[in-house]
Write a protein of this length. Structure first.
Length: 538
């Protein structure tokens, strides 16, 4: 479906104060193949509209000349139907003495088969429908406008249905036929009820769908969201409250959803898909969870040992901005997930230590040696050394072959980052997972005997190659535990984290424990750097 819409076409600062009519027409295509869910269609269209507006300076006439469609009198190529939303101030105040008068815009003729314009007036959405009377009768347009209003209401209530579910005969339409008609050229429709239904969807008070509190009475982190009534579908609620989720994650860093009964892989993935615009489905380090397309097991690690704090994939060239954990089975004892606000860690670090990490960064070293850790063939999933070198180069990894069949890699990364949206400084790294001082004393001693100096399977140093002293790492570990909040899992709990604002770990446990993971909103290093330079997230 192709729709035409207006663009201001004032993309350059020098155009802003110029008097003139620069408006251009954009043709935007909506692909409804395979009957998508509305939320998915909306996400696709958001990208398409942004891309279309990035090319708004290309004249519509040039498009017609380039594509050379069949021409016909009385027919606008590529633009039979036009839709616009006017976001204009109701009044303008000037100190120049000029007087402004708004001229009537009553259209007596129709340039297109159908042109629809909506604008906000005194708290209502007012629509003006201009149409060709050769093609449509007044009653047809009245029914069409009423159906459009009903469609908006249904989408506001549930935007996760598939497209064809919205298009059905509805008694509501028959009740909306009493409208103010404008002779031949259009009608006004009151969409106040749509606005009201939208507000109900994001109601967060005790009288609404959910309640909010804090897990730790002394910290506003993480936020705890619980149902205020029976039968709340958390997946649908998440789809309708994307703004709330974005705001709370950027402000608090983490949200715990409790009491919604998300106790299966399918239910967890359904929630994660609606709470995140794009889940990642090709994460090689974690095993895939059966029953889900983009859900993984949590990191496989001995039950009796804790996993220290880390920001997921912060040692790589691509990391998730959002991370979701879902508890399907809570451990008999232990197994909590401690989480830490990385902004607080940054602020509380010793200034000298903080300055050193901020200036030097870190370098992660990995030695792929036969019989120690995973082999390079399994890690890179190839037998071809040349291919390994290509993959390393593409990811910004330095590599060298050691001996007959060993590989050593080094990747330089930031240790202190800046969140691309909030612009806050964060301690963002995996120092605790890689530094040899965090190994148990017995394990470290055994590895030291097996490996030549500098040959530990994994280690981390400053970005300039100098060693990070054990005492510095110990200071960091202790600070994390001072700042952490433990999430004691209950079956059906879901935790959502902003991965750059919050680091996580895992406590030792006894008995069975099953926590699944989903990752999304992947951030590539080059896009991250461009976002910081450009002033906004890419």
């Amino acid at each position: 479906i192709c729709l035409c819409t207006d663009s201001a076409n004032r993309t350059r600062p020098e155009f802003e104060n110029m008097v003139g009519f620069f408006v251009n027409q954009l043709v935007i295509r909506a692909n409804m193949d395979r009957n998508p869910r509305f939320a998915d269609l909306l996400a696709r269209m958001r990208v398409d509209v942004i891309e279309a507006n990035s090319n708004q300076m290309i004249p519509f006439d040039t498009l017609v000349e380039e594509l050379q469609p069949a021409r016909e009198s009385g027919y606008v190529p590529f633009g039979e139907v036009m839709f616009s939303f006017l976001d204009l101030p109701e009044s303008v105040s000037l100190d120049t003495g000029l007087k402004i008068q708004k001229l009537g815009d009553e259209a007596k003729t129709s340039k297109r088969s159908l042109s629809v314009v909506y604008e906000e007036q005194e708290g209502r959405f007012v629509g003006r429908w201009n149409y060709s009377s050769d093609l449509f009768e007044d009653a047809t347009i009245e029914r069409l406008a009423a159906s459009f209003e009903t469609l908006l209401e249904e989408i506001a209530i549930n935007r996760t249905s598939r497209i064809n579910a919205y298009f059905k005969t509805n008694e509501k339409v028959r009740g909306r036929m009493k409208m103010k008609r404008k002779r031949n050229t259009g009608i006004l429709s009151n969409l106040d009820e749509v606005r009201k239904s939208g507000r109900k969807a994001v109601e967060l008070s005790g009288r609404g769908l959910v309640t909010t509190s804090y897990l730790d009475s002394e910290r506003s982190f993480p936020v705890v969201v619980e149902p205020a009534a029976e039968g709340v579908d958390i997946a649908e609620w998440a789809a309708l409250n994307a703004e709330f989720l974005d705001r709370e994650l950027l402000s608090r860093g983490g949200i715990l959803f409790r009491g919604f009964g998300v106790d299966s892989v399918g239910a967890f993935e359904s929630f994660a898909r609606r709470a995140c615009s794009g889940l990642y489905g090709d994460y090689g380090d974690l095993p895939r969870e059966s029953g889900g397309e983009k859900v993984y097991h949590s990191t496989p690690y001995p039950n009796d040992r804790a996993i220290l704090f880390h920001n997921e994939s912060s040692h790589m060239d691509c990391w998730p901005m959002r991370q979701f954990f879902g508890c399907l089975v809570a451990a008999e004892s232990g197994g909590e997930t401690p989480i830490v606000d990385c902004r607080e860690v940054y602020r509380r670090l010793d200034p000298a230590v903080r300055e050193a990490f901020e200036r030097k960064g870190v370098a992660y070293i990995r030695n792929f040696r036969k019989g120690l850790d995973v082999g390079w063939r399994d890690f890179f999933k190839t037998e071809d050394r040349g291919r390994v070198q290509e993959m390393c180069a593409a990811s910004g990894i330095e590599c060298e072959w050691v001996g007959e069949d060993d590989l050593r890699t080094l990747r330089r990364c930031m240790a202190v980052g800046e969140h691309p949206k909030t612009r806050e400084k964060v301690f963002f790294n995996q120092i605790q997972l890689h530094h040899v001082s965090c190994l148990g004393a017995e394990v470290r001693s055994s590895l030291a005997e097996m490996c030549a100096e500098g040959g530990f399977p994994r280690n981390v140093v400053y970005g300039d190659g100098s060693e990070i002293d054990d005492s510095v790492v110990q200071e960091i570990v202790e600070l994390y535990y001072q700042c952490c909040v433990n999430v004691e899992w209950r079956r059906g709990d879901v935790v959502a984290l902003d991965n750059m604002l919050v680091a996580h770990g895992r406590n030792a446990f006894e008995g069975e424990r099953k926590v699944v993971v989903a990752l999304g909103d992947m951030m590539e290093e080059r896009r991250y750097e461009a976002a910081l330079l450009g002033g906004a997230a890419g």
